[in-house]
Design a protein around this ligand. Structure first.
Ligand code: FA5
Ligand code: MG
Length: 417
């Protein structure tokens, strides 16, 4: 008994996340539900709507920014661990010690020094320190927030950083040798930081806004209505948010700005000027695909996921609501006929004939070849779901019996062999 109490205490003093152990302390406030989301990586799961959005953003940035021979100049990081230090998430971005975004009630702390990143911006200064000038970071982020149709405690962001030399900023300007990135003893105004020359800021602002409006138009079409809203972030100045008009309301899709020069200086890129942005993948996907609730992204329901099962991330998809009534699954196995050609589609047809609109999906689950007879068997999972009510067990049994009787292939069912 003493032993079990001891191990319990040891367990309670540490927490294992993504194969790493972390000591707990009185800052620890991460819940089981949140832990279960770690490592899901929806943004890089094949065919997931968030993965399509990620691919479209990356493709757009690759197309916009390439070198003389057409190679993309942006590096993409989409698999960096969401477990970061408090210093990465806040200090490296000049977030003041007493800023409300650091509160325990707003973030998931693993302990006093370790946190689940609250934005993908957490990685920008370390990547600049590694010598990168143009990069994208895509990943899952964690915030204690309300839960409604557009808020979920785990969501996904894409951040971008672009750092330019004076030569790059003024490449299209005549007499560019007279122009400077910086101004000594300048004043901070609404338009610029004290250390920046107004002309360099205006060129960077123009490129940043053009890039983002271009992205919105690429995703939503050139008719999309948008507006820029002045904003404040500790790590950029000036800063803006981009809103798009969708379903009769303005929706904020991203924050952006001219990077605080102090961040560049501390990361060894002080001779450059930079812009950065951070956007929410769910917000874009919800508008793009008509997805009404942010919870749906976490669904394992094939009725949801299969609607996005397309190779081309640019495919125009409009989400068709699935019924809220539960799915019922039924497996059926049988030997394929040896002398006739067999196509799964024939079986699918038969299932639809019998189950009508109650059938949501038929999936080939397993294929087996008998080692001696070389006969082949198929196992299918049939997913039923009524659109207006829960299916009863009796109805379900009725469907499977009818199917077994009608299925010419199932005369010799596996279970009878
Ligand atoms: C940020 O997170 C900044 N790091 C963005 C940034 C990066 C600004 C670089 C400047 C430079 P914000 O908290 O506004 O900003 O979130 C950015 C975007 O994430 C929002 O515009 C929205 O699209 C999305 N977002 C924010 N909170 C949620 C939420 N609870 N659920 C879904 N999406 C969200
Ligand atoms: Mg915002």
């Amino acid at each position: 008994r003493a032993f079990s109490i001891a191990t319990q205490t040891v367990k309670n003093n540490e927490i294992t996340l993504l194969d790493h152990k972390f000591p707990r302390d009185n800052w620890t406030n991460i819940s089981e539900n949140i832990i279960s989301k770690l490592g899901r990586n929806l943004h890089i799961s094949p065919y997931h709507p968030l993965s399509h959005i990620r691919q479209r953003i990356v493709n757009y940035i690759y197309m916009q920014f390439h070198n003389r021979i057409g190679n993309p100049i942006f590096s993409v990081f989409d698999n960096i661990s969401p477990i970061v230090t408090v210093a990465q998430n806040f200090d490296s971005l000049l977030v003041p010690e007493n800023h409300p975004s650091r509160k325990k009630s707003d973030c998931y702390y693993i302990n006093q020094n370790t946190i689940l990143r609250a934005h993908t911006t957490a990685h920008q200064s370390e990547l600049i320190s590694m010598g990168l000038n143009n990069f994208l970071i895509v990943g899952d982020v964690y915030r204690k927030d309300e839960i409604d149709s557009t808020h979920y405690p785990v969501f996904h962001q894409a951040d971008a950083v672009r750092l330019c030399t004076a030569e790059e900023v003024f490449q299209n300007v005549d007499n560019s040798n007279e122009l400077k990135l910086f101004e000594h003893r300048g004043m901070e105004t609404d338009e610029k930081q004290g250390c920046h020359a107004l002309e360099s800021v205006k060129i960077m602002e123009h490129e940043l806004k053009n890039t983002l409006v271009g992205l919105a138009q690429t995703l939503f079409g050139s008719e999309i209505q948008y507006r820029w809203v002045q904003q404040y972030f500790p790590f950029t100045h000036p800063s803006w948010e981009l809103e798009v008009y969708y379903n009769d309301q303005w929706i904020e899709i991203l924050g952006c700005g001219i990077m605080r020069q102090e961040i560049l200086q501390k990361s060894g890129a002080g001779e450059r000027i930079g812009w950065a942005f951070g956007l929410g993948l769910e917000r874009l996907a919800m508008c793009l695909y008509d997805i009404p609730n942010i919870r749906l992204f976490w669904s394992n329901d094939t009725g949801f996921l299969n609607q996005f099962k397309v190779k081309d991330p640019n495919a125009a998809i409009k989400y068709k609501p699935i019924s809220v009534y539960p799915q019922c699954k039924n497996d059926i196995s049988f030997w394929l006929p040896e002398n006739k050609s067999y196509s799964s589609n024939d079986f699918y047809d038969l299932v639809r004939d019998i189950g009508e609109d109650r059938v949501e999906q038929v999936l080939l689950k397993d294929e087996y070849t008998h080692p001696e007879t070389k006969k082949i068997s198929h196992c299918y999972t049939i997913v039923y779901r009524h659109m207006e009510r829960t299916l009863s067990k009796r109805e379900l049994e009725k469907y499977s019996r009818a199917l077994e009787n009608a299925n010419a292939f199932s005369k010799e069912r596996i279970s009878e062999i």
